[in-house]
Every structure is written in C-alpha cells, then in structure tokens.
Design a protein around this ligand. Structure first.
Ligand SMILES: [Fe+2]
Length: 495
C-alpha cells in the first residue's frame, strides 16, 4: 500500500480548524482547492443500527471533514491508494491488487443524527417513516472478452439504449426515494484481451478493468445522482467476489472493515467461495418496529451445485444467517441477497443447493419477501401458502428478482433460458408460471419481464404498492404487497 502523499498532521489539523471556523461563521464548508473535494459521498445503512458515511477522494487529498449536527467530524481513511501489482505467474488473477489512485474514507454516524454534510453538500439521512424505496440490481456494462474472443456478448457502454444504468439511476433519483436498495452486481467491466474485438472499444474510450477507473465508469459516475438522493443498502453480488471486482467492493462498499482481497484465481481450485471471500454475516436493518431488512452476502455461493456437494456451505449459511432467527417474531422481514433462493437459471439437478437446504425449516414465518438480482430480468415467484408444508410450514416468502438494472438482459444472452433470439422481443416473457419446480415446488403466480427496469415500492394503508419503471421512469406495470401476504402480485403489462 502507498503512504498518504504529502499531507502532514499539521495540514489536517488546519483543515479541521478551518472547517470549525467556517461553521462558526455560518458558512458552507467547502474546500478552497477543488482537488481536495470528495469525488463521491454517500450514507450506507449497516449492522446494528449504524450508518456509515463514506467518501472517495483523489490520491493526493485528505479524507474530508464532515459536519454532523453542527459538529466537526473528520472522516478517517478506509483504504489507501495503491499501485497495480504485476500478475504473479500463470495462476495470477488481474482482479488481485488493481490500481486504485483514490482514497476511500468513512465515518460512523449515530442513528440519532439529524443532518450531515461534506464539502457543504448535504448527505441524506434516514428521515422519519420510510415510505418510498427504490430497488435496483445488476447495473454494470458487460465487458468480459478473453484473448480467444469467446466471451460474453459485448455491451455498448456508450449507448444509453444498450446500457441504460445512467438513465435508470437518474430516473430513480427523480422518484424521490427515502431509501435505495441495490441487490448487487455493480461491476461488469472486467477485461478485454481479444486483439480483434478490443482495440475498437479502446478507440471509443470505453473504460475496462477492476481498478478505480473501471469502478468509476461502471458505478460511481452514473450512480452519483442516486447516491445523493437517499441512504443506501448495498448487497454484494458475485461480480464483487474477491476473484472479480472484490477489491473495489472491500474498499468502498463492504460493511466489514477494509481488508485487501487475496489472489484468488477465477474459476479454478482457488476461486472465491463462501469460506474465503470475506463473506459478511447477515445483518438486520430496522426500518421501524414492524419491518426489518435482512442483508445477506451469498455472493460466493456456488448455487449451481447441489447441497450434497457443498456441505460446508450449508453449515456456513446456518451460521451467517443467524440474523434471520434473531428478529422479533412480530416484525416482518424482507430478505435481501444477490443470488435468489429460487429462480429460473437453476436446473432441477442442482436443487436443493446449500442455501435452499439451509433455509429448509430455517426461514422464520415472518419472512415475507426475498429480494434478489443475479438473473437479468424482472421476475416474481409466489407460492401457495401450503405449497411446501414439509420445509416451510408457514409458507414460502415471495421471491422478487430485480435484475434488469442495466447489464445485458437475459433475453440478449444466447446461453439464458430467457434468450429471445428469433422469437423476437418479449417472446420469453411470462404472465404466469410455466410449471417448473423451484426446489421441488411449482409457483402459484408470478411473471417474467425481459425489460431494463427498476422497482419503486410505496407504503400505504394496505401495505406496499409497487411500480416497475423503465429507464426513463415511466411505469411498465403495477404490483401490490398486501398486509402480511407473501405475494407480490403484479399485473402483466397490457392486461
Ligand atoms: Fe448480475
């Protein structure tokens, strides 16, 4: 790790003193030098009712000074700038120690805080009753092209139609949320090695890499309006595994103290799995006494393998999901994870996988909905209350997948069951379940939409109204989550 360049303790003390004097004089506290200004700042909700104020500054800048309820509070470095390390032999993974020419900073914010600012800019804190929640997921621009050219289809990051995450983030900010939930997969710009396919991308200025430039292009720059609109809940996706974009996850977004990701090789014997991926224990965020969020990290889970092949993962889930069992039975819970518990990309032979096995007789009756991403579409899967009496006697929660946030849709991927190919636009969308079994049980209701989209949930007297919105914020369809029911009922568009 590089040392903090050129900033003496005296300089920091002077900055804090100036902040205090400006505050006394009633001035907005903004640094005179633009190079000192935070590149990004946001508030994220975390374990134990704590909020964490985060900021990113240039490598030559100090962590900013925050003002919390008129008190001067210097932020502390979370991760220092670092230079890229050369690949360590044939087994080296370029996701290990890429260049981060920025410093990330953090500060714990008490739950009772009423206002906060950095550089004179207000930071949105949780305010009163949370009534409007935006859910987004799977947002980055897909670039993963090995030297042989046989990678995923290349997404056109410069096209607002082909990669609409910047539009979605702006539209979601205009929806004036009280809270934003991102269900994971922020970083998709992994590498481009093909000598024929990649030079044109570079000529267009397309940024690719696990480094700060890649993270900034894929997430922080387009997300800026939404980061400043409301507090966030960050769920970790498999693209943030240590063998992929994990170093950026640990520097900027993880709820854990920063640690550098190790040199894990992608898709090999030392790949990221639950046990070596800095997997955080699930934690609860109380929106109020009646509703809590359980934020789980299942990004390292090999969910395409049956539980009998991954017995260690079953045990790890039983340990890391303890928060599910610790909530009061009177509080409804929404379970947030990146990989869904039940979804269409899992073939029958892989089920039950370790997560499904751990949740058999392990999901309390008060878990109402499981939100996830991972599958790049919008999908709801609702089960009859008595559909799985053996393992979920109080009924399975609804499974809601919000994965159309900008990365290439399943319907554009020839390897996906939702691929539309010659069938044309919408041909694999569904207004109702198709009879397939999800860990042995068919769904009663639910739909699939192959559309770039995000979900707005609005609290009302009956429960929650939902609207699936397109990248410009126009409604695609409406949904409802009534009272304590375990069904997100959505109307198929046009019906
Ligand atoms: Fe994804």
């Amino acid at each position: 790790m590089a040392m903090t360049p050129g900033r003496s303790p005296e300089t920091r003390a002077t900055a804090v003193l100036l902040a205090a004097l400006s505050l006394l004089a009633g001035c907005a506290v903004a640094p005179a030098d633009d190079r000192q200004r935070a590149l990004n700042s946001w508030l994220q909700l975390g374990p134990g009712g704590d909020s964490s104020l985060r900021a990113i500054v240039g490598a030559g800048a100090d962590c900013p000074t925050a003002i919390i309820d008129q008190a001067v509070r210097p932020m502390t470095p979370r991760a220092e700038p670092s230079k890229a390390q050369p690949l360590a032999g044939a087994g080296g993974n370029r996701a290990f120690n890429p260049e981060f020419d920025v410093r990330s900073c953090e500060l714990a914010v008490p739950s009772a805080a009423r206002d906060a600012s950095i550089d004179g800019r207000a930071i949105p804190l949780p305010r009163g009753e949370i009534k409007r929640i935006v859910v987004v997921g799977d947002t980055g621009c897909r670039i993963k092209v090995p030297a042989g050219g046989k990678g995923d289809p290349i997404q056109d990051c410069a096209s607002p139609a082909a990669w609409p995450w910047p539009r979605i983030a702006a539209a979601a900010a205009r929806a004036r949320p009280d809270l934003v939930i991102h269900v994971g997969d922020y970083h998709y710009r992994e590498y481009c090695d093909d000598p024929r396919l990649c030079p044109p991308l570079r000529e267009q200025g397309v940024v690719v890499g696990y480094d700060w430039a890649g993270w900034n292009a894929d997430f922080f720059t387009p997300a800026a309006p939404l980061l400043s609109a409301a507090p966030w809940v960050f769920v970790r996706g498999n693209h943030e595994n240590c063998d992929r974009g994990g170093e950026g996850w640990m520097r900027f977004l993880s709820p854990l103290p920063y640690q550098a990701c190790g040199n894990q090789t992608y898709k090999s014997a030392t790949r990221s799995v639950l046990g070596n991926n800095f997997t955080a224990a699930a934690y609860r965020i109380d929106l109020d006494r009646k509703l809590g969020l359980i934020v789980a990290d299942n990004s390292g889970h090999e969910d395409y393998r049956p539980a009998r092949e991954t017995p260690r993962d079953v045990e790890l889930f039983r340990q890391t999901l303890a928060a599910l069992r610790e909530a009061p039975a009177t509080q409804r819970l929404w379970f947030l994870s990146h990989r869904p518990v039940w979804y269409d990309l899992l073939d029958p032979a892989s089920q039950p996988n370790a997560l499904q096995a751990a949740l058999r007789n392990g999901l309390p009756a008060n878990v109402q909905v499981a939100f996830a991403g991972h599958q790049h579409a919008f999908e709801t899967i609702n089960f009859s209350p008595d559909a799985d009496r053996a393992f979920h006697p109080a009924g399975r929660p609804a499974q809601v997948i919000v994965g159309g946030g900008g990365t290439q849709l399943e319907s554009l991927d020839p390897h996906s069951p939702f691929y539309e190919g010659e069938g044309g636009t919408g041909s694999t969308e569904r207004a109702r379940p198709d009879g397939r079994l999800y860990d042995g049980v068919a769904a009663a209701t639910g739909l699939v939409l192959n559309r770039y989209s995000f979900l707005l949930l609005e609290r009302d007297a009956e429960g929650w109204g939902g609207t699936v919105l397109d990248p410009d914020g126009l409604p695609i369809t409406r949904c409802r989550l009534s009272g304590g029911s375990k069904e997100l009922a959505c109307t198929f568009p046009g019906h």
